[in-house]
Design a protein. Sequence first.
Length: 346
Amino acid sequence: MTESTTTPTFESIPVIDVASLSDAGGPTAECIEQLGRAAQDVGFLLLVNHGIGDDTFQAMHAATQEFFALPEEAKNAVYIGTSTNHRGYVPIGEEVFAGATPDLKEAFDLSYELPADHPAHVAGNPLLGPNQWPDVPGFRERVSAYYDEVFGLGRSLFAAFARYLELDPEVFLSRVTEPPAQLRLIHYPYNPDAVDRPGIGAHTDYEAITLLRPTAPGLEVMNGQGEWIEVPFREDALVVNIGDLLEVWTNGAFVATSHRVRKVSEERYSYPLFFTVDYDAVIEPMGHLGSADADYAPLHAGEHLFAQTAQSFAYLRRRVDAGELALPDGARPLYSLGRETSMVGG
């Protein structure tokens, strides 16, 4: 497989007003053009007037702070390793980047919620089913309200991207019915010893698009010259980036660009929603898009996501090593798609 073409050269991250995404008649032609050009030329964009209520965000943020302030025993009551479908608390040291030391953060992971008696969950699907919820008053309601709003925005973006590519939006949206679209509530504790190590943490995202709301600066994107470009921090903006799956699907017309979080000593929170397609969707590259030289193989969305996840979480790696779990046939190594360059990890 040819993973990608050359990473585009850019010096800044475009800021796009997407107020028209919620218009009854659909987004304006100007909005669609700006979104598509950013996905094509940069792979990262800042959305303003995105329609996610500040009250909704602040309520979710408060619930997250309440959870992470709990004693370790209470947080570990919903440890992700007690879930059969990868939902719950991720303690510091549980997650490891490819070729790197454990990242000094803790997280709470949830996803599109399905009932415990859903056939996919009963059959043992490793990513589908119910969420674990901590014993924090109102946590489930506050976090779910935020999830629903951002997930809806993801659908609107998917439709706009399709229109930019002159596709029927249902080409994308018909694959989004019960997807393992994960929301991560991430807490970086105060760390006075934080020191950057070049390349550590640099990656592309596995899914279709990521919609991120951070509480502090630190995100950087690599351009085609191997330079790290800072993503400006704006309290009113959502950061959106293209993931591996959408690069493959569009045959390289849209780009999954490598990025990292610069290590800083201050406490901060980060809230990415990894918007993706249904687990069993097989994504075929659309050959009439992108480069004629591109050579992407079809990708089973769920198996790719699970394989990447199983290689980066300690509890899943232990299960694989013990023979309790097996990686899907043809599982790719971590971060082997997307627009990496030889300078990443150097």
